[in-house]
Structures are given as structure tokens and as C-alpha cells.
Design a protein around this ligand. Structure first.
Ligand code: FAD
Length: 534
């Protein structure tokens, strides 16, 4: 197909975007509009840098029937294949048992889908419940505080990203990215995720997609067991030989371990079974909420309410004088701050939104990097520090999983908050005013304060317009890495593949899914499919 970069449309042209793009492409190629077909947008971004003018920038693929025109050398025009699913050749080594995947988050799902489609009949073990049951459990927790420690916002079908904004950002140039996006589209995601600069799905659509992927895995000979927590493993001759699930031992050959970043008990079990682990730096902080209109107006000015622009988002960074990086993370336009705990008497917050992103508030994490200098040495030092923060947040919130909150300007001025301003909290379990500085060390507080002031300079109103802080945001990435070699195999057991965010090799839905594909590819390249032998 012909690839054309740097095509531009004005905001007014968005009412008939596809046709306007055909016209712009025809002009660039010097051909008639009728010579062009099958236009696919591969990149799309909004340029709102000028106050009174908004442009949309595109890269497209299109088929062109005018061969003569294509021989001319034109700026920004080249040839490229349309994005495709991966194709792979299987190895010939014998598998004694079907591959087992632990965890059905993005990493486990995409590993499972690839293995199933290539005839490997994977068995997937997930401690949480299927997405419908899980949604009921999460709703019950948000309404009543009744938490299921195995099936919640972190654990269950679809993994940690199911109750999320479903932002599909990945700064990856990996060819597997197109594969993951195409599979998501094939299972119900909007086509626009292939091209949007900031693609997102929304929790409402994600739930259907997750279920469709599970059904496809089963249709291709795989099996998914919910309520199936792997609590122990046996080893023999330097290999993992069996996994314990609900007191049943399951023999295993190749095992992909995609357990996410919150399975503290499973990390402990891995350590007891001599799996090589190390502590990994991560980040902690709080969620900040603003009126979404403030963010829209700060970026789109007079065009803020134009539906073609959608809801505005931001990503901000600051280097504090403490030497620590401060940054906003997982910004959810028109979203909600969600109770995301997976343990009793611990408060964890995160962000979520629906596809329409039509909530009144914008929210985002404001995070500071933490490392050994903050939590000490030892494999589990970071994980214990994270747990302590969550316990403190529970106490500051006054119990019942209420979250401690404080107006951002009061946090900066070191004074208690007594009343909300323009921003009402969206956190469903209820909130309690508290001095949030009590959660963190002086260095972290200093870094957060400097970051907030820097962000106020970038988005006026970021602090001053009654913005509300809600704590604690502690699960943005894994505090542990499960060490693996360049073939993605555990340094301790060559038939164990640490995978995804929990293993410390990915962060976010897309990169975790890519890592799942990567680990499944290693199994496919080495072993013959099971279906071929039966
Ligand atoms: P997970 O998704 O954590 O999946 C691991 C699975 O393993 C879990 O389902 C767990 O139950 C299971 N498991 C753990 N231990 C065991 C065991 N012993 N036995 C059996 N099963 C086990 N990322 C984005 O890119 N965009 C977003 O918009 C976004 N929003 C988020 C919002 C929220 C509220 C949260 C919590 C996270 C969000 N993230 C987002 C992060 C994203 O969800 C994770 O990066 C991603 O899910 C990691 O994928 P994973 O498969 O590696 O692990």
C-alpha cells in the first residue's frame, strides 16, 4: 500500500474526515480521487499549539490504481504493508503436557490466544473470577467494603487493566504491537486504536473484549480456569514439575508466569522455591482530580467543547531538586478514582473511565520514583514499603476503605482541608480529609510539592482551582523483577517464563500483552503443537 505522512486537516473538515483524507491524499499523489481505495489511518494526532487554530495530523495507507503516479518521487510518500497478525513456524521438540499460563491479565490473555490459535491447547489458571462475576464482586466492594482478596480490581479475568481507562499507550516499536492491536479490534475494540495518538477503549468495552478473547481461546482448544490460584510449585531436576491449585497438583512442562504486580503471596512463594527475584524501583504518590472542563479549556481554548476533539488529556514531568523525577501517570479524562485494594485494611487508589469519558472530573496519578534509598535493601523491601503505605492510607482514611483526601493547595501550604471546592471526589468508598504528608518521607513530600507547582505553571489551575488529592497511588508498577534470560526463561528454571508487568518486563496493557506474545512465541518456536500429534 502507499504510505503518506504529514497529511493535515482542519477542525472544520472533521465532519467528513474520510473523504477529506481521500482528497488530501489524491492531491499529494497527483492522482484523481477515484484512483484511491481502502484508506486506513495509521497515525492521528491533534495539534492545538496555536490558540485560534486546530489541526489534525495524519499518516495513512491507501491503495492507488494509478501506477504512473506512484513512480514519481513525492515527499512523505513510500510503500508499506498493511498491519498484519504475526505468522509463525512451530518447532519440533515434544511437549509432554499442554503449556500452562498463570494469570489471565493482558500478558496471560495474549500468550494464551497465540498458543491456542497455533494448536498448543494452553491451560490458563486465574485466581480471580470471570469478568461478570468479578464485576459484581467489585461493585459489592465499592458499595459495602466487602473485599474478596482473590477477585477484585487487581485480580480476575482481564487482569488489572479491566477496570481502567483502557489507554493503549506503548512507546514500543515492536512489530508485535500491530498484532496486539489487530487482535483487540478482532475481539471488539474500535478500529481507531490502530491510529489514535492516545488510543483508549474504556472499561465498559474492555469487559466485552476480555470475554471474547477467552471464548476464542476455548474455541481453539484452550482451557481457562477461574478461582484457580497457584499456591505452590514442585521442582525436579532443575525444572518446575507441578503446580498446586486448590490442593490439586497439576503436572507441567512449559509454564508462563504472568501474575501481575500485586500478587505478593505468589512472589513470596516463588522466593521460597528459589526462583531468582530482585527488588525493582517503582513509583508512589497520589491521584489528583480536576474539573475536566479545566483541562479541556487549558488545551483547546475556544474549541474546548467541539466533539471532534474529545476530552483533553495531559502528561507532565518535572525533575525535582531532590534528584527525583515527578510525573503524571495514567491520566483518565472524564473518569473516576477507583478503590483498587486487593488486601484487607489497605487503601489503594487508581483511575478508570468509560469509552465516552463523559464524567465531570479528570484524574491522574502524580508520582515520584522511589528506590532503595527510600525503602532499604532486600528483595521484598520495596514491596513491604508499598504495603506499609497502603496500611497508613487506610488508617488516615479512618477505615472502611475510605480514602484520605486533601485539597492540593492545602497540601502545599501544610494546612488541613475542611471543605471541598469545585471538585467533588469520585472515589466510590467515601473519603476523609487528612494531612497527606503523613504518608511520605520529607524527600517524597518535597518532590511532590515541587512537581505540583511546576505543573501549575504548565496548566494554570492545576493546583489553585480546588484540585483534590486522593491517596495512596502505590501500584503503578511492580516492586519486584523475576529474573529471566534473553530467551525469556527464568534464571532458576528454564521451563518457567516470567512474563508481563509482575515479572518487571512490562508496564501497561499493551506492553504486557506484547510480552505475553513474546513468551508464547518462544514456546511455539521450540515445540511442536499438541493438536498435530493427537
Ligand atoms: P495483570 O493484569 O496484573 O494480570 C495478572 C493476573 O494474574 C491477575 O488477573 C491475577 O489475578 C493473576 N494471578 C496473580 N497471582 C496468581 C496466582 N498465584 N495464581 C493464578 N493467578 C494469579 N494500563 C494501561 O496501559 N492503560 C490504562 O488505562 C491502565 N489503567 C489501569 C487502571 C487500573 C485501575 C489498574 C489497576 C491498572 C491500570 N493499568 C493500565 C495497568 C495495567 O492494567 C497493567 O499494566 C496490566 O494489566 C499488566 O498486565 P499483566 O498481564 O502483566 O498483569
Amino acid at each position: 500500500m502507499v504510505k503518506i505522512s504529514e497529511l493535515k486537516l482542519r477542525l472544520e473538515e472533521m465532519s467528513n474526515e474520510q473523504e477529506a483524507l481521500y482528497q488530501a491524499a489524491a492531491k499529494r499523489l497527483g492522482v484523481k480521487r477515484t484512483a484511491l481505495n481502502d484508506l486506513i489511518i495509521t497515525k492521528k494526532s491533534i495539534d492545538a499549539r496555536r490558540r485560534h487554530e486546530i489541526w489534525f495530523h495524519y499518516q495513512i495507507l491507501v491503495t492507488c490504481e494509478d501506477a504512473k503516479a506512484l513512480r514519481k518521487n513525492r515527499k512523505g510518500v513510500s510503500f508499506e504493508e498493511a498491519p498484519q497478525l504475526l505468522s509463525m513456524t512451530s518447532g519440533d521438540a515434544n511437549l509432554r503436557n499442554r503449556p500452562i499460563i498463570i494469570g489471565f491479565g493482558p500478558a496471560g490473555m495474549f500468550a494464551g490466544l497465540l498458543l491456542a490459535k497455533h494448536g498448543y491447547c494452553p491451560l490458563i489458571l486465574e485466581r480471580g473470577m470471570d469478568v461478570d462475576t468479578r464485576s459484581e464482586q467489585v461493585k459489592r466492594f465499592w458499595e459495602s467494603g466487602e473485599l474478596d482478596e482473590n477477585s477484585n480490581v487487581q485480580f480476575g479475568e482481564g487482569g488489572a487493566g479491566t477496570f481502567s481507562d483502557g489507554k493503549l499507550t506503548a512507546r514500543s516499536k515492536d512489530a508485535r504491537m500491530a498484532h496486539v492491536l489487530l487482535e483487540l479490534i478482532a475481539h471488539g475494540a474500535p478500529q481507531s486504536i490502530l491510529c489514535d495518538a492516545h488510543p483508549h477503549i474504556g472499561t465498559d468495552r474492555l469487559k466485552g473484549i476480555v470475554k471474547a478473547i477467552r471464548e476464542d481461546i476455548i474455541a481453539h482448544g484452550g482451557e481457562v480456569r477461574f478461582g484457580a490460584k497457584v499456591s505452590d510449585m514442585r521442582t525436579q531436576n532443575g525444572r518446575v514439575s507441578a503446580l498446586c491449585v486448590n490442593e490439586e497438583w497439576i503436572r507441567c512442562d512449559q509454564v508462563i508466569m504472568a501474575i501481575g504486580h500485586s500478587a505478593r503471596d505468589t512472589f513470596q512463594m516463588l522466593k521460597e522455591r528459589d526462583v531468582a527475584l530482585e527488588a525493582k524501583p517503582f513509583a508512589v504518590g497520589m491521584r489528583i482530580e480536576h474539573p475536566q472542563s479545566l483541562i479541556d479549556e487549558s488545551q483547546y481554548h475556544e474549541f474546548a467543547h467541539d466533539p471532534a476533539l474529545g476530552r483533553a488529556s495531559y502528561r507532565l514531568t518535572h525533575q525535582a531538586s531532590t534528584g527525583k523525577g515527578v510525573y503524571t501517570f495514567c491520566m483518565c479524562p472524564g473518569g473516576y478514582v477507583v478503590p483498587a485494594a486487593s488486601n484487607e485494611k489497605q487503601v489503594v487508589v487508581n483511575g478508570m473511565s468509560e469509552y465516552a469519558r463523559d464524567g465531570a472530573n479528570a484524574n491522574s496519578a502524580v508520582l515520584v520514583q522511589v528506590n532503595e534509598s527510600d525503602y532499604g535493601s532486600g528483595v521484598f523491601a520495596g514491596m513491604h514499603y508499598q504495603e506499609e503505605l497502603e496500611k497508613k492510607a487506610y488508617q488516615l482514611g479512618g477505615g472502611h476503605f475510605h480514602a484520605p483526601v486533601q485539597l492540593a493547595k492545602d497540601y502545599l501550604a501544610d494546612r488541613p482541608s475542611t471543605a471541598f471546592g469545585k471538585v467533588r471526589p469520585t472515589y466510590a468508598r467515601g473519603t476523609c480529609f487528612a494531612p497527606l504528608k503523613e504518608l511520605f518521607s520529607d524527600v517524597i513530600n518535597q518532590s511532590l510539592k515541587e512537581g505540583l507547582l511546576a505543573f501549575e505553571r504548565k496548566i494554570p489551575g492545576f493546583v489553585s482551582e480546588d484540585a483534590l488529592l486522593c491517596a495512596v497511588e502505590s501500584r503503578s508498577s511492580s516492586p519486584i523483577r523475576i529474573l529471566r534470560d534473553q530467551n525469556h526463561r527464568s534464571l532458576s528454571y528454564p521451563n518457567l517464563y516470567p512474563c508481563g508487568e509482575g515479572a518487571g518486563y512490562a508496564g501497561g496493557i499493551i506492553s504486557s500483552a506484547i510480552d505475553g506474545v513474546r513468551c508464547a512465541q518462544k514456546i511455539i518456536e521450540t515445540f511442536a503443537p499438541l493438536q498435530e500429534r493427537s
